[in-house]
Design a protein around this ligand. Structure first.
Ligand SMILES: Cc1cc2nc3c(=O)[nH]c(=O)nc-3n(C[C@H](O)[C@H](O)[C@H](O)COP(=O)(O)O)c2cc1C
Length: 345
């Protein structure tokens, strides 16, 4: 991986098929660094073992008010887990995924074991390419409608991960707008939450957080209010209004830590598929951070399941450049290979 965590074209002398398992595991973990995360906190930590890859979580105290239960952090780690799974598939590896494998170690979120050789998967290779270009574009989307076929394929990608994506009709969108606005008011009145936002939007040079270039210079005109980051950024938003945006509610059957991990895997699957189809995605998590508004969202699902996240989908403005990529931690900060390096430690 190069600067900013972007994967650069690899110039390995050894063909991918002949590379040792531990190299493949370390590379998959490094590739997973492209995953989206709440406030770009990158809460995942990987451990490469001789025949397994472990995903752990670091719980940053600066997310306590935003994410008291750890659901957003679990979504983020789930997204990284999906990225790593796809990266292994692309290189021709199968793996058995154990989620929350040790009840006595709740911060060990997943273990990939039973690694075996299969044919490299070209579809997975394309998704790995999508990891490198996927990003959050908070500008209003263009007037171009999202093709129905694309929406169907994104929903199918979610379903393949054991979750569901429900697209909202006009009435439900207006209700969502009211709920999001209420959540924003609740959050703006919470001083600890404001301090956390302040922290994540002033991390310059640390490899985490949100730099001003990715935050809108003024509140974009959107039907459903976007997150107010508490300070303007430098990203020009233009005069557009995202009338053509589609809103989807990601949901599932349970509301437990292991289902949050799966929700993150589904988020990643949806976002990578969307990227492949030229569809921009922005998660709106404020509405699920506030317990009361999360409950109202449950009503929108009419008892079908538990809401995980709201996604805004649309076609990004093609005429103006979007935001740059957000920075990433260095690979050595998130991938521990000490157990497989010559000499151990
Ligand atoms: C669980 C989760 C919740 C998020 N919530 C929001 C949100 O409410 N508003 C927003 O603008 N971006 C949100 N994001 C996007 C992240 O800020 C973004 O993924 C991160 O800054 C990394 O940037 P990138 O997606 O451009 O790589 C969320 C991402 C995740 C994974």
């Amino acid at each position: 991986m190069g600067r900013n965590g972007r994967v650069e074209t690899m110039s390995h002398e050894t063909p991918a098929r002949d590379r040792p398992l531990t190299t493949a595991l370390a590379e998959a973990a490094a590739t997973a660094g492209h995953a989206p995360s709440v406030h770009n906190s990158q809460p995942w930590r990987w451990r490469v073992l001789p025949d397994a890859l472990e995903l752990g979580v670091v719980r940053d105290p600066r997310l306590t008010a935003t994410d008291p239960e750890g659901r957003l952090v679990a979504y983020s780690c789930g997204a990284a887990l999906h990225h790593a799974r796809v990266a292994l598939t692309a290189e021709g590896w199968t793996a058995v995924v154990e989620r929350m494998p040790d009840p006595d170690a709740p911060d060990l979120l997943a273990r990939l074991t039973g690694l075996g050789r299969v044919e490299a998967d070209p579809e997975a290779m394309r998704l790995v390419q999508c990891m490198q270009v996927r990003h959050t574009d908070r500008r209003p989307v263009s007037d171009e409608p999202v093709p129905t076929d694309a929406l169907g394929r994104i929903a199918a990608a979610v379903a393949a991960e054991g979750c569901q994506l429900q697209f909202l009709d006009r009435d439900n969108i207006l209700e969502l707008a009211a709920v999001a606005s209420h959540a924003a008011t609740v959050e703006a009145e919470d001083s600890q939450l404001r301090e956390e936002l302040e922290y994540w939007t002033s991390r310059g040079g640390s490899g985490t957080g949100l730099p001003p270039e990715v935050l809108p210079e003024e509140a974009p005109q959107t039907t459903v209010p976007a997150r107010d980051f508490g300070r303007p950024g430098t990203l020009p938003v233009g005069p557009g209004h995202d009338r053509a945006a589609v809103y989807g509610l990601l949901y599932g059957d349970e509301d437990e830590p292991d289902s949050w991990l799966r929700a993150g895997e589904a988020l990643s699957a949806a976002w990578l598929t969307a990227t492949r189809l030229g569809v921009s995605v922005v998660p709106l998590s404020g509405v699920v951070e506030v317990a009361g508004t999360r409950q109202t969202l449950r009503g929108l699902l009419a008892g079908l399941g538990y809401p995980y996240l709201v996604l805004r989908l649309g076609i990004a403005d093609p005429a103006h450049a979007g935001p740059p990529h957000t920075p990433r931690l260095e690979v050595r900060q998130v991938v521990d290979t000490s157990a497989v390096r010559a000499g151990g430690a």
